[in-house]
Design a protein around this ligand. Structure first.
Ligand SMILES: Nc1ncnc2c1ncn2[C@@H]1O[C@H](COP(=O)(O)OP(=O)(O)OP(=O)(O)O)[C@@H](O)[C@H]1O
Ligand SMILES: [Mg+2]
Length: 255
């Protein structure tokens, strides 16, 4: 743990009662995230990645341990944490601007400044020309861009992303990964990204946290010491990706 940690998880555990049984989703999670850091979370399906994000977002409560953001215990959802999901979750009857404005509903800023904030973030994700479009008029990639703008518009301390690009075709996914890396470099918002895509993790993250299943626990934390923007076919990239894949496969085989 570093003194400058933005997010600190200590001994976090979470279980669920399910179908008369008991599922230990997470056990003994110790993790810190520094201000402005980009951390990716990978691991087999069901190993507790989304549960971990939901705990940090304040959407679930841990059974044990503590989670603090900026030194304050997380007790529920707050504007300090933005969240982006696999599906864009835009309301179909509202325009892009109106959807993003919803995220500012707790803001005390006057309407003019809110509009300015929305425009800045639409510009950031390249959607300014679609400010008045409805979600049905956007492609999948554009809708996810709008979700990113909505997630950032409150200028959160931490942005949580749960497989944000997994429903997109590979070309759009690759492009959005590059855009997210540019947005992160520009905004300097700390990001915690859950992904199934090891290449996405290596492309984006400062550190990659590998979760092992049953119960979900941290098995490895890998620092990615490759210069940005990362080159997917460089030797360092390819070998790190291969070693992480071997790591993940060993748990699938063990299961
Ligand atoms: N609300 C819930 N009620 C009961 N069990 C749950 C609940 N949420 C999660 N679980 C269980 O906790 C475990 C971890 O689930 P979680 O969704 O966090 O996994 P994941 O790593 O995100 O999986 P995936 O990669 O498939 O999205 C699973 O066994 C799941 O069934
Ligand atoms: Mg999940």
């Amino acid at each position: 743990m570093t003194d400058s940690a933005l997010l600190t998880l200590q001994g976090v555990g979470k279980s669920f009662v399910h179908g008369g049984g008991h599922v230990q989703a997470l056990r003994g999670i110790d993790l810190t995230l520094d201000d402005g850091e980009f951390v990716a979370l990978i691991g087999a399906s069901g190993c507790g990645k989304s549960t971990l994000l939901r705990l940090v977002a304040g959407l679930e409560t841990a059974d044990s341990g503590s989670i603090a953001l900026d030194g304050a215990q997380i007790t529920g959802p707050s504007l300090s944490c933005g969240m982006i999901f696999q599906d864009h979750r835009l309301l179909p009857w509202l325009t892009v601007t109106q959807n993003i404005n919803l995220a500012l509903s707790q803001s005390k800023l006057p309407a003019v400044q809110r509009k300015r904030l929305i425009d800045i973030h639409l510009e950031l994700v390249g959607l300014l020309p679609f400010a008045n479009a409805f979600p049905r008029q956007l492609s999948g990639g554009m809708a996810q861009r709008a979700a990113i703008a909505r997630g950032l518009v409150n200028r959160p301390r931490l942005l949580l992303l749960d497989e944000p690009f997994s429903a997109l075709d590979s070309l759009t996914r690759t492009r959005l990964q590059s855009e997210l890396q540019a947005i992160w470099a520009y905004e300097k918002t700390a990001m915690l990204l859950v992904t199934h895509d090891v290449e996405e993790a290596v492309f984006l993250a400062d550190r990659i946290v590998v979760l092992a299943p049953h119960p979900g626990r941290i098995s490895n934390i890998v620092k990615v010491d490759l210069p940005r923007p990362r080159v997917r076919d460089s030797a360092g990239f390819v070998s790190l990706k291969a070693s992480l894949l071997r790591d993940l496969e060993s748990y699938v085989e063990a299961a």
